[in-house]
Design a binder for this molecule. Structure first.
Ligand SMILES: Nc1ncnc2c1ncn2[C@@H]1O[C@H](COP(=O)(O)OP(=O)(O)OP(=O)(O)O)[C@@H](O)[C@H]1O
Ligand SMILES: [Mg+2]
Length: 212
């Protein structure tokens, strides 16, 4: 019998919600329990497209807004063959940001509809679970100042938060909202429990297509 596939699990949330911290903790915990798991993050700044995005985020270059949205999407698509290979080999993928961040950030800019923003990502591998780390701006502020990258301002992040709320209302995606104001250990326990449940459920189903 072919091996059971891995699950595709995404962590989303506004800046400093704890996504990277929790992705690392989750991968480590799954590996320790003997389940193959690997972490990925978007944007993946190591590819040729990723380097263009990195330069844009660091404000070392300017790109037209539609163009940069399509580059972020292309950066996800270029990793799809690798993602599918790993999932089919039985490795669970824990992903730090995905298409939801792409849509939330671009649609927070003037003149962009959610629908236009979702189109290029339609058909990407569909996450079996999307964990949204919910954190209010005051608590996020206690976790340190915003960095110096583009988009790291409080007014922009507030619009991004509202766009995420619209995306979470879409029941075609398996969203779970997590209270990210708890301790790192408490958040981790919640995330691990939901992830193991999603991994067991995903085993017997083919990988879906996002937003189709
Ligand atoms: N539950 C928590 N309680 C307190 N501090 C936390 C918690 N989780 C993470 N932190 C701290 O908050 C900061 C931001 O965490 P982290 O980098 O994981 O967030 P992020 O969501 O990946 O942010 P970004 O969107 O900027 O990449 C770090 O200094 C981290 O140690
Ligand atoms: Mg991070």
């Amino acid at each position: 019998m072919a091996c059971k596939r891995g699950a595709l699990i995404v962590l989303e949330g506004v800046d400093r919600a704890g996504k990277t911290t929790q992705c690392n903790r989750l991968v480590e915990a799954l590996q320790l329990s003997g389940r193959p798991a690997a972490m990925m993050k978007f944007p993946d700044r190591t590819t040729t497209i990723g380097k263009l995005i990195n330069s844009y985020l660091e404000s070392k270059s300017d790109l037209e807004d539609h163009t940069v949205h399509l580059l972020f999407s292309a950066n996800r698509w270029e990793l799809v063959p690798l993602m599918k290979k790993k999932l089919e080999e039985g490795t669970t993928l824990i992903i730090d940001r995905y298409a939801f961040s792409g849509v939330a950030f671009t649609s927070a800019k003037p003149g962009f509809s959610m629908n236009w923003c979702m189109n290029p990502d339609m058909g990407l591998p569909k996450p079996d679970l999307v964990l949204f780390l919910q954190l209010n701006p005051a608590t996020a502020a206690q976790r340190g100042q915003f960095g110096t990258e583009r988009y790291e301002t409080s007014s922009f992040q507030q619009i991004v938060q509202r766009r995420f709320e619209e995306l979470i209302a879409d029941t075609s995606v398996n969203w779970q909202v997590i209270d990210a104001s708890q301790s790192i250990d408490e958040v981790h326990e919640n995330i691990k429990r939901l992830s193991v449940k999603a991994m067991n459920a995903a085993e017997d189903w083919p990988i879906g297509e996002l937003w189709t």
